[in-house]
Design a protein around this ligand. Structure first.
Ligand code: CTP
Ligand SMILES: C[C@](O)(CO)[C@H](O)COP(=O)(O)O
Length: 226
């Protein structure tokens, strides 16, 4: 299975002085933890890291240190995650019929989850890892007044990996550019194009390291993986 790792963000919400994926947890960068999961997932045969050229020197050093056995390519990222993924799709080898997309910032996902998604995408056009929402969610207007309380039974928190038929996802991204759609995940493009996306059970621990608090939680979870 081909794996694209969006890793071209700037980590504004982390407030660090560099791409947050270069920050370290237990002596390894966040991107290194993500790459180790991909290396350990038997289903993954090719890895594309979508990243900004100014990070390439650091990324090349990390890749060399990990002594990965799988081919890894660096692909130039865009100004948004959406643009970065589209760049990644256009850089996939022609042989890629399905692809998994997994955020570099979700560095705690297990190889098992990558394998489960890789198997499931062989049987459907699109999928995402997701978990049922535990909180009661409120829809709130600009003045801070609650408008509604959606039925929690229907609410799921989206994660990555997200898996897709490559040809369909390329078409959905092209349509997104034509229509000016701005989305925060690839499943949303499938949804807008009316293509079914299936849920695969995600992992409670598969958080996206976004803020300094997430870094502390991530450190705790990963301390059991060393
Ligand atoms: N232009 C971008 C923006 C984000 N990403 C990647 O998409 C994933 C999810 O994005 P997020 O966690 O929001 O990362 P950042 O954009 O770095 O964070 P922030 O929004 O706080 O700036 C990350 O692995 C990030 O590197 C990307 O490849 N290209
Ligand atoms: C793809 C994603 O990780 C699913 O939870 C998320 O949507 C990434 O986008 P964000 O803008 O960083 O929230």
């Amino acid at each position: 299975m081909y794996l694209l790792i969006p890793a071209a963000g700037s980590g504004k919400r982390m407030g660090a002085d560099r791409n947050k994926l270069l920050l370290q947890v237990h002596s390894k960068s966040l991107i290194a933890w993500t790459l180790l999961a991909a290396e350990a997932a038997s289903s993954i045969s090719w890895i594309g890291i979508i990243s900004q050229p100014h990070d390439w020197e650091d990324f090349k050093g990390i890749i060399a240190d990990l002594k990965l056995t799988k081919p890894v390519e660096l692909i130039t990222g865009g100004a948004t995650r959406q643009e970065s993924v589209y760049n990644g799709l256009l850089a996939l080898p022609d042989a890629a019929k399905q692809v998994l997309i997994h955020d570099g910032a979700r560095c705690i996902a297990t190889p098992n989850l990558l394998n489960a998604c890789a198997e499931a995408i062989l049987h459907c056009p699109g999928l995402i890892a997701a978990i049922p929402v535990k909180d009661t969610i409120k829809v709130v207007d600009e003045s801070g007044i609650i408008q509604s309380t959606p039925d929690r039974e229907q609410l799921w928190a989206a994660q990555t990996p997200q898996g897709f038929d490559v040809k369909l996802l390329k078409q959905c991204h092209a349509e997104g550019v034509r229509q000016g759609w701005e989305v925060t995940d690839d499943a949303a493009l499938f949804e807008k194009c009316g293509i079914k996306v299936r849920i695969v059970p995600g992992e409670e621990t598969n958080l996206k390291v976004t803020t300094p608090q997430d870094l502390v939680i991530g450190q705790f979870i990963l301390s059991h993986r060393e």
